[in-house]
Write a protein that binds this ligand. Sequence first.
Ligand code: FES
Ligand SMILES: [Fe+2]
Length: 450
Amino acid sequence: MAQTNKPSGPVPFTRITADRYISPEYMLQERDKLWAKTWLVAGVAQDVAEPGDFFVFDLEPESIIVSRAEDGTINAFYNVCQHRGARLLLTDQGAMETYTCPYHGWVYNNDGSLCEVPEEDKFSRGVPREGLSLQTLRVDVWAGAVWVCMDNNAPSLQEYLGPIIEMIEPFRPGDMRLVEDQTCRLECNWKAVFDNFGELYHVEHIHPQHELIFDCPTSTAEYFNGGHTRVLIDGFTVNSRLPIPEEVPPTQWAQMKALGMKRENYKGRVLDVRRDVQLRKRELGPSLGYNYDSLSDDQLSDIVQYNIFPNAVLVLQPEEFWILRSRPHATDPNKCYWDKFALRMLPDVQLQENAKVEFPALQNRANVSFNLDQDSDGTVRPEHDEFDQEAIIAGEKTMTITLDQDIHLIRDVQKGMHSRGFKEAWLNDDESRVQHYHSWIDKYINQQFN
Ligand code: FES
Ligand SMILES: [Fe+2]
């Protein structure tokens, strides 16, 4: 890949001052001007695969129900009873034909319509069913995720994401299954953790393991209308700015072995691994149960990350897809929720059986991707696991080593935002994705899109 971390077009300069991370007033502006105007990842589509399935997406102080009705349509509703405003559903996820309000027992069908009102004769004004359905918001399904938008005047999800749709489709994220569902309660502003995924400048400092898997200095960054960005990073290689090791690093062995590649064949030829991984995956894909036909050679070895405005990070490899998402705290700009949905492409047994190539090391679930270290194999939905950042720092929980390293650091960034000694960020070219992102934050906050 070409060496460029520079923006493909001019990135408007925006001052990134501390107040946007710590000010309650700024947080309130975001509520109306950002969260209420953008398309947001609400959850994974497999959680509403069948009629009756529902899940709740909390975006404090909002809570949103996403459900599949009996007629198969997917709907999104504000999770609030139309009688006196009680929160309707208190469970995260499940399957129900009707929702009963815990306060006075109003019952709604899972398409949002009001179906039962206890002691209805007491309402001498009547109970006009149509006006008292659950309040809907816009909903769409793409890339294995359900997306919602509170603004009826916003563009469609397709327009909102623009060219990104076609770029991601070849990975077939909609065919992947959830293998991990985690939420970490972080002590930082929701943008502080998102910014962290907008630059690779920190990688050599806090993620030393990456220099033996990826070549971050030659990454390519791109910038999209709407505040989205992406970065493409060569995988199955090493950091080209550092001395090239003689032997293939242990971080790459396991994946190479699954592809029938011998480590000793690459002594002194570590930079050849990436190309050979591409060739082996192309050759052995069907026997491993993976259909790689829609992917380019680079996509077979590399990693690509999309930052979707305002709060979702999509990390794609052929066999695995992460959706990372930050959500604001209800009242405190110094806190947020950091979610990780990991999805995996399950090997296709039929493809394996039909495969022409006989591969002696054939496994049911060949580990050919860097991140495939979750316990779940995708056949049973994993439980949602929510914990404090202290659990990560104490080593009791992990979101993978890389995310754990970020979490260790990010609370101290938030503390720094409160210092009299800090006024605003001073970014370099490698952090232009952060700059691009914040320039779009400004557009939304100022409601000026030209
Ligand atoms: S608030 Fe829901 S039934 Fe009264
Ligand atoms: Fe990081």
